[in-house]
Ligand binder design. Structure first.
Ligand SMILES: NC(=O)c1ccc[n+]([C@@H]2O[C@H](COP(=O)([O-])OP(=O)(O)OC[C@H]3O[C@@H](n4cnc5c(N)ncnc54)[C@H](O)[C@@H]3O)[C@@H](O)[C@H]2O)c1
Length: 366
């Protein structure tokens, strides 16, 4: 079993918890990127710890908390009690001014990093997953440091640069724990689709003149991102993820714009992305792409999260500590090192894992 803790019991947490039950109780392996990573299937993941700050969630049983407002993922499977009661976390900058009503912070006492680290140790949490709202710069670092203190591995799903910060890499190395991140790259979300097209253009000799990726959605993730001051690292993470497919990523960054562009409540967890690319092809003649992508954003994230959690556990078992760039590259938008192609990133992960004698199923070949 992989004992997992969750920070932020929002929509991804709901999809993640439900997906574990789905795949454990006969869901087969449909829709999974990998059915097995080392000896772990998705059904081997067990959520044993959860923190939030919402008065609708703290103190509730996890399988009840995931359906509290403002969460919107419907009930997709029958869940038995998990035995996990959601604990109070540290608010810090987790709640933006425009989100106070939605996230309804509780006034229960907040834990210190030492309290949190002790909980993680007492419960034997292998991997702590960060699912805080965008812009939680202080809160994300608070939980990352508490996890390091406990020697618990950390998967950073949000656009705060933690795994890609060498200081945290060294901290996790010294605490003999694994760090993966930053900013989860959804299974078939806008980033990976945009990257694939941008890479294709470059591989076929074209040159991107200008490109944008506009994203709208209707959940708290999108509502929270209405606050421009919280978006700096999100825009950089998304735009650089696309620009990094090009020969000169930082030059391409001047021509690529990707970010959240609006909150449309009726969309719920559906994300609509519009990807536009104008490129110059043969003899300098223009080629234009205009694509609309519609996905369940929380399924896209959870699909990657079930891989990332298993990978973090496998690496810690092997004694691979800190933030190995090759481990984060296939799964995160802003890994420690930029990567041109997702196929190459996945191939490198396979090669590295094989060196350690770890098998992955199915192994995708390109
Ligand atoms: N495809 C995707 O969904 C995707 C992709 C990349 C990154 N992300 C990021 O993942 C994160 C989680 O997404 P989500 O849709 O589950 O968000 P959400 O808004 O549904 O949930 C956030 C949760 O965090 C809680 N919270 C707020 N401050 C807290 C604190 N200080 N301590 C503990 N809990 C706190 C809130 O009460 C809420 O339950 C977001 O930052 C999102 O941008 C999502």
């Amino acid at each position: 079993m992989i004992r997992v803790g969750i920070v932020g019991v929002g929509n991804i947490a709901s999809m993640f918890v439900q997906s574990i039950h789905y795949y454990r109780s006969g869901g087969g392996s449909n829709g999974l990127i990998h059915s097995r990573i080392g000896r772990y299937g998705v059904g081997d993941i067990e959520v044993v710890y959860a923190v939030d700050i919402s008065r609708h969630k703290v103190g509730k049983e996890l399988t009840e908390a995931i359906f509290q407002p403002p969460n919107q993922v419907p009930k997709l499977v029958d869940l038995s009690d998990s035995g996990v009661i959601v604990r109070m976390g540290r608010v810090l900058d987790g709640v933006a001014d425009n989100m106070v009503e939605d996230f309804s912070p509780s006034n229960l006492p907040e834990p210190t990093a030492e309290d949190l680290a002790k909980d993680l140790e007492d419960l034997g949490v292998d991997v702590l997953v960060n699912l805080l709202p965008v812009g939680s710069s202080k809160a994300a670092r608070f939980y990352a440091e508490a996890a390091a203190m406990a020697g618990t591995s950390f998967v950073n799903c949000i656009p705060e640069f933690i795994a890609s910060d060498d200081g945290y890499n060294r901290l996790y190395e010294s605490r003999r724990a694994t760090l993966l991140g930053d900013d989860i790259k959804g299974q078939l979300g806008a980033t990976i689709v945009h990257r694939a097209l941008a890479r294709l253009i470059s591989m076929r000799g074209g040159e991107i003149v200008e490109s944008y990726q506009l994203n709208v959605g209707g959940n708290t993730d999108f509502k929270n991102m209405l606050e421009q001051s919280r978006l700096h690292s999100k825009k950089l993470s998304k735009s650089l993820a696309v620009a990094s497919t090009q020969p000169d990523p930082y030059d391409a960054l001047n021509r690529v714009f990707a970010g959240p562009n609006g909150y449309i409540p009726f969309l719920g967890n559906i994300k609509v992305s519009y990807i536009y690319i104008k490129a110059l092809g043969f003899m300098g003649l223009p080629v234009t792409f205009d694509i609309k992508l519609v996905v369940d954003d929380k399924a896209m994230a959870s699909s990657v999260l079930v891989d990332a959690v298993r990978l973090a556990k496998v690496l810690k078992d092997l004694g691979v500590y800190g933030a190995p760039p090759w481990a984060s590259a296939p799964y995160f938008k802003h890994p420690p090192n930029l990567v041109r192609s997702d196929e190459e990133a996945l191939n490198e992960l396979y090669v590295r894992l094989e060196e350690y004698g770890v098998k992955v199923e199915p192994k995708h070949t390109f």
